[in-house]
Design a protein around this ligand. Structure first.
Ligand code: 6PG
Length: 235
């Protein structure tokens, strides 16, 4: 499968705190611009731990929350209140503390299991259109969302928007993920990359090796916010 051409802009910061501050400012700026442009701001949230500080900064920020539409890039198949759910982390760090109407927050119903949740979220996304912003993380093996090396990434144009995952190497094994093609249907894509264990994945990404993160190819390119230490050559 040919690898889509991806334009990357690398934004390196000395600390996670500075990275998170800069990323939060880009999100808020993009929200203002999107709301001015078409009356709302649709954002897809990243899972894992890297976005937590960004979400906590958004929690105490001033924004036109009533115009935000929140989606999720992937979810682990766990009960809704499980502390390992991506939706639970975002709620605790941010969404439970701002005035985004609950009807405008669209968690992936992964408690239904991979197949049913995929069908349900495919329907949810029918009215989403192009996302204004997609946030993504990066795994040590180069994965993003729940798109893993050696598995289907949904790169091709006709790829389904949402995919069921049954054998994730990162627990839990069952997940739901937006496809690479659907994640790339965005005005902006921002990666948040923290943790020294990502150094090899960053090196492979920058050298052009085909990794899932490199398959996210929105027309305007992607912004990668990373810790400066990740640019050092892997040991
Ligand atoms: C998940 C995420 C996953 C995550 C990366 C990075 O459900 O775990 O969707 O893609 O973003 O694994 O995770 P950290 O930010 O915790 O390193």
């Amino acid at each position: 499968m040919p690898h889509p051409a991806q334009t990357c802009r690398w934004h390196a910061y000395p600390t996670t705190g500075e990275l998170s501050q800069a990323a939060a400012q880009q999100i808020l700026r993009s929200a203002r611009q999107a709301i001015a442009r078409h009356g709302y701001f649709s954002i897809v949230l990243a899972g894992g731990n890297s976005p937590r500080q960004v979400y906590e900064l958004l929690r105490t920020s001033d924004a036109d929350w009533l115009r935000w539409q929140v989606y999720f890039g992937d979810e682990r198949c766990l009960p809704p209140q499980d502390p390992e759910r991506n939706s639970r982390m975002a709620a605790e760090a941010w969404l439970d503390h701002v005035a985004i109407p609950p009807s405008q927050i669209h968690p992936i119903p992964s408690e239904l299991g991979p197949e049913q949740a995929t069908a349900a979220y495919t329907k949810t996304l029918e009215t989403a259109g192009e996302f204004d912003m997609v946030l993504l993380g990066l795994g040590e093996d180069g994965h993003t969302a729940s798109l893993f090396p050696g598995q289907a990434w949904g790169i091709e144009q006709g790829a389904p928007p949402v995919m069921a995952v049954f054998d994730s190497p990162k627990p839990p094994p069952q997940r739901v993920s937006l496809s690479a093609a659907r994640l790339g249907q965005a005005h902006e894509v921002v990666f948040l990359v923290t943790g020294v264990g990502k150094r090899q994945a960053i090196s492979e990404w920058r050298s052009g090796k085909a990794i899932p993160a490199g398959a996210i190819a929105p027309p305007a390119g992607v912004d990668v916010y990373l810790e400066k230490l990740l640019l050092d050559r892997p040991g």
